[in-house]
Design a protein around this ligand. Structure first.
Ligand code: GLU
Length: 305
């Protein structure tokens, strides 16, 4: 496996030059565009990593997966469906113009900013600090890594500059989708986006999702298998921003990317994949990361279709 992953890194490295690191969150602009790591977790082969697979970066939008899981575990499918829909918007992750009519829950999904921000309100907890702590604890549990924490600099950087997310949150309030204090909700969302992981953590989280909530190492069911089905379905249709259709055709597995340069891919029943390469294409997806998944999918016949 490591040899295959190394060949893929070598082949995809040139694609890095097609992208740029995210700069709209000032702290993310400090990333080294040339870093590239891949890690897989699979039955039989265990954990295999190559390149910069031990390098940490912030989850950014990949945290939307855990926010959705936390909300599903706390309020069930019905509670989540009442607040946030499941249809792909076909628009960028931070778009305002969902529809010409009033904004309704069915216009947003858990993998766009508005949907993830709304879902933070469903997390159990008396305060937003408590809600975030429960989210972080769940992330630690599914990654099997109790030391996961936030990158304070990235968190503060986004909190200081995230006015588009502020506007989205007020829009959710204006249309009565949420009623909470905007800054409190946003604080939870910004902290979630700032959780620092490595490609190994992403591969392990994806592997639990691939096994429908089962941690195969301990043999423990960590969360409801129906919630894994729900999440994987949403990742398949909405996880790669407005590039999800293309990704379904070229790679064919549920996945989530983040503007920190990470991609987490779930191969149902078989494998979890974590990738880090921070040079992004115009949609916000890692250029080399997408290419690597394309090659890996072809080589190992990973597409679920
Ligand atoms: N924290 C980022 C934002 O809300 C996450 C976006 C992303 O990774 O797509 O702008």
């Amino acid at each position: 496996m490591e040899k295959l992953l190394q060949n893929i890194i070598n082949e995809c490295y040139p694609y890095i030059k097609n992208g740029e690191v995210a700069t709209y969150i000032p702290e993310l602009a400090k990333a080294d565009k040339n870093e590239f790591g891949i890690c897989t977790a699979s039955h039989g082969e265990g954990i295999n990593g190559v390149g910069d697979y031990k390098k940490s970066f912030t989850m950014q939008s990949i945290a939307k997966t855990v926010i959705l899981l936390r909300a599903l575990e706390d309020k069930g499918e019905e509670g989540v469906r009442r607040l946030v829909g499941v249809e792909a918007t076909g628009k960028p992750f931070d778009a305002f113009n969902y529809s010409d009519q009033a904004l309704k829950s069915e216009h947003i999904n858990p993998m766009i900013n508005a949907g993830a921000i709304a879902l933070c309100t469903l997390i159990d907890g008396k305060t937003y600090q408590e809600k975030f702590q429960r989210l972080l604890d769940l992330t630690r549990k599914i990654a099997g890594n109790p030391s996961l924490d936030i990158d304070e600099d990235v968190y503060l950087s986004e909190k200081a500059t995230g006015n588009k997310n502020r506007a989205l949150t007020y829009m959710l309030k204006a249309y009565g989708i949420i009623n909470e204090d905007a800054e409190e909700v946003l604080d939870c969302y910004f902290r979630a986006c700032s959780i620092k992981v490595t490609s190994v953590d992403l591969a392990k989280i994806a592997f639990v999702l691939a096994n429908r909530g089962m941690d195969t190492l301990s043999g423990k069911q960590i969360f409801d298998k129906n919630h894994a089905k729900y999440i994987n379905a949403v990742l398949m249709t909405c996880g790669m921003y407005d590039g999800s259709g293309e990704f379904a055709v070229t790679v064919g597995v549920p996945a989530k990317s983040g503007v920190g340069g990470g991609i987490m891919a779930v191969v149902p029943g078989r494998m979890g994949i974590g990738i880090y390469s921070p040079a992004l294409d115009s949609k916000g997806n890692s250029c080399a990361g997408i290419k690597a998944l394309e090659l890996l999918s072809k080589e190992l016949e990973l597409s679920i279709f």
